[in-house]
Design a protein around this ligand. Structure first.
Ligand SMILES: [Zn+2]
Length: 326
């Protein structure tokens, strides 16, 4: 059993395939971590998995938590408290926070996962103190967040910041279910895209290290590509170079539109670090308008793959504070 912390909240980052949760105190120290693969087609099974995850974290810190924050991969209708539209999960039209509050018996707050990842980075991470920042979280898809003038910008309906569905290749690959377009940034720059390209390479080049890994029954996906690239494998380096180049194309658009102080790149794919950031910065320097391009920093998320979980906890803590004051 973990040390019993004072005044923990639980932050849950719900992704397109898995959820990570942590018991987080007021200084953002994480006292317990849990994770689950999540069912992606059955709503009841998804809610049950999330309930179990919250209960596991709660019990691990002795039961005393004040509330739960969820970052969910979904456009959110904050006025009506509904999960409005998700590309990856069967939660459309669900009053997600209310349903989860009923199940876990705690106050529950929700926001878009990309917003909450940036909240953590802007409060205490790579965008700390910056007035204008954007973040792209590269996972199953791409989550996005925008801070303007020090505040999260959510758009008229809470649907802003969907950088993953910025079209960067008009006739590119078809996007996922829930998106009607093709050539969206996330079809080229995401863990899913990296896995797809790695599998294609492994299949057509059985003698390559990726091909050998496939033959040996290993899972050919982003983490393996990153591992091989750090080991100097040319094919893996080329895959990450290509992903980073496409990321740079997306960032050209983002920087020309927002003129941010900093662009933060997070999510599982950022484990590759400079192997994707260096080509992205190069494209940005070559193709973005020079004035904003010379100003902006492009940084890996300070909290790595935990930005979303920490942001969800911060969000819950801030909302609980508002309740007390109100
Ligand atoms: Zn799309």
């Amino acid at each position: 059993v973990a040390e019993v912390p004072a005044e923990c909240v639980i932050g849950v980052d719900l992704g397109g395939t898995k959820a990570i949760a942590g018991a987080v105190d007021a200084s953002l120290a994480v006292h317990y971590r849990g994770r689950r693969e999540v069912p992606t087609s059955d709503l009841e099974a998804l809610l049950e998995t999330l309930t179990e995850l919250v209960e596991e974290v709660r019990e691990a810190v002795g039961g005393e938590v004040e509330g739960v924050g969820f970052g969910i991969p979904c456009l959110i209708d904050q006025d009506r408290g509904l999960a409005a539209s998700s590309v990856h999960l069967p939660i459309n039209g669900v009053a997600f926070a209310d349903v989860m509050a009923e199940r876990v018996g705690l106050p529950v707050f929700m926001d878009n996962d990309g917003n909450l990842a940036l909240l953590a980075e802007q409060r205490a991470g790579a965008a700390h103190g910056e007035r204008n920042a954007v973040m792209l979280t590269l996972g199953t898809g791409i989550a996005g967040g925008i801070v303007i003038g020090g505040e999260l910008y959510r758009g008229s309906q809470g649907a802003a910041g969907e950088f993953g569905h910025m079209i960067v290749w008009a006739d590119g690959p078809a996007c996922g279910p829930g998106c009607r377009s093709r050539g969206c940034l996330e079809t080229l720059v995401s863990g899913t895209a990296l896995s797809r390209e790695a599998l294609a390479l492994a299949s057509r080049s059985p003698a390559s290290r990726l091909g050998q890994a496939l033959a040996a029954g290993r899972e050919v996906s982003g983490p393996l590509v990153t591992e091989l690239a750090f080991d100097g494998d040319g094919d893996a380096l080329a895959l990450l170079e290509e992903l980073g180049t496409w990321l740079g194309i997306g960032l050209v658009n983002v920087v020309n539109i927002f003129n941010p102080d900093v662009v933060v790149i997070g999510g599982g794919v950022i484990a590759a670090g400079e192997l994707i950031l260096a080509p992205a910065r190069r494209v940005l320097a070559e193709r973005a308008l020079a004035f904003p391009a010379e100003h902006v920093r492009v940084e890996a998320a300070h909290f790595g793959a935990e930005s979303g979980m920490l942001g969800a906890a911060l969000f819950a803590r801030e909302r609980l504070g508002e309740r007390v004051r109100a």
